[in-house]
Design a protein around this ligand. Sequence first.
Ligand code: MLT
Ligand code: ZN
Length: 471
Amino acid sequence: MTISTSLLAELRRVVGPQGYLDQAADIEPFLVDHRQLYRGATPLVLRPDSTQQVSNIMRLCNEARVGVVPVGGNTSYCGGATPSEDGSQIVLSLSRMRRIRSVDPLNYTLIAEAGCVLAEVQAAASSVDRLFPMSLGSEGSCQLGGNLSTNAGGTAVLRYGMMRDLVLGLEVVLPDGRILDSLKPLRKDNTGYDLRDLFMGAEGTLGVITAAACKLFSRPASSVTAFVGLADPQRAVDLLSRLRTFTGDAVSTFELIPRAALELVLEHIPNTANPLDQYHDWYVLLEIGMGRHDETLRGAIESELADAMEQGQISDAALANNESQREMFWRLRESIPEAQRRIGASIKHDVSVTTSELPRFIIAASRLVREISPQGRIVSYGHLGDGNLHFNVSRPAGGDDESFLRLAPNINRAVHDLIARYGGSISAEHGIGRLKREELVRYKQPVALEVMRAIKQALDPNGIMNPGKVL
Ligand code: MLT
Ligand code: ZN
């Protein structure tokens, strides 16, 4: 179904000459997803610069039954922001709505529009000596609206939570153009259903998020970053528990890294070096932050890690002595996806189980994958404190992408069926998008799916909001 020229003309009028792209070269970046799994088509990318313009767009498209695909930084891992191939949908980019509307340091909140790049929100917080703790590899390009729509996680979830835990209110344009303004930066507001959490994580299928009231936190005055070598994931789980108790839950990051991942990074990513003088089967990147300025923090962590070493819980540890060493430790972790990309196709999983079960899961999942692809290179890393593992399998050395990727359905099925047996989640932080719709039906409790469909039907009866995603 093609979009009528009269509707296209009306939509251009709503946003004005600065507010749309209709030349093929300008539209191209919006047609392919971050992992290049999908290619869509559209005659028009709209770039409204106000909530009212978004409202007018939605009203027109709803009346015409034309699908609208909201997009932020287009860093989705599941094809959540790519239009369909038939050119029947409009792409709605929030990029021009990037105002920080207000900052209230005493209330520890700020209100930002959906098109703000995450790094800009972080900067607005630190400009008033506050912290907006959402941090992830794509923070230089991902946008707040996309983080909200996918309930993004990142590397500080352990202490600060996911996006849902960092937001007090939302402004949303509904599929019929009505504006839901619940932007109040109140920590307490028990007046009916929690509509805010309904739209976060909905991946643009229930409405267009145009702004958010975000929580801010105190910036840790002192922090310690360590790169620890240890023998197995169980020791990592035990170390996390030990340090959470020792610091009173001041552990903000606790990332598990297998030796295979560190070797890939050291081999393929420039300006990286092994912080420890030996190789170990497993590593943890951890960061601990304290509110008050505490000279003793570093010493205390150092002696706690020395004790852990004495007791055979860890094999070695390096503490960052300065900001550039800290950045190096982080680069080792943040470069893993890129390093893995450089060795060819990978079959990825973004799964979660309880942290206590994670070590057992890794062993069981590795065994299953080895039966299907004995030479496949397992690289399982991730946010151990959240029980969230990126259990990725790279194609065998010297193999070819094509034949390896043909194994994806049965490797995915084996890993996800195992997840179901562990009572885990088949998508811990990346969402469903287009990629995992069938998995959602297979693994989500049927009543939950019925409730989701009822909500979708109530809010988007014409099915124009990001069609084909999630449900
Ligand atoms: C990460 O934690 O690095 C991402 O969520 C997963 C990835 O980029 O593969
Ligand atoms: Zn992740």
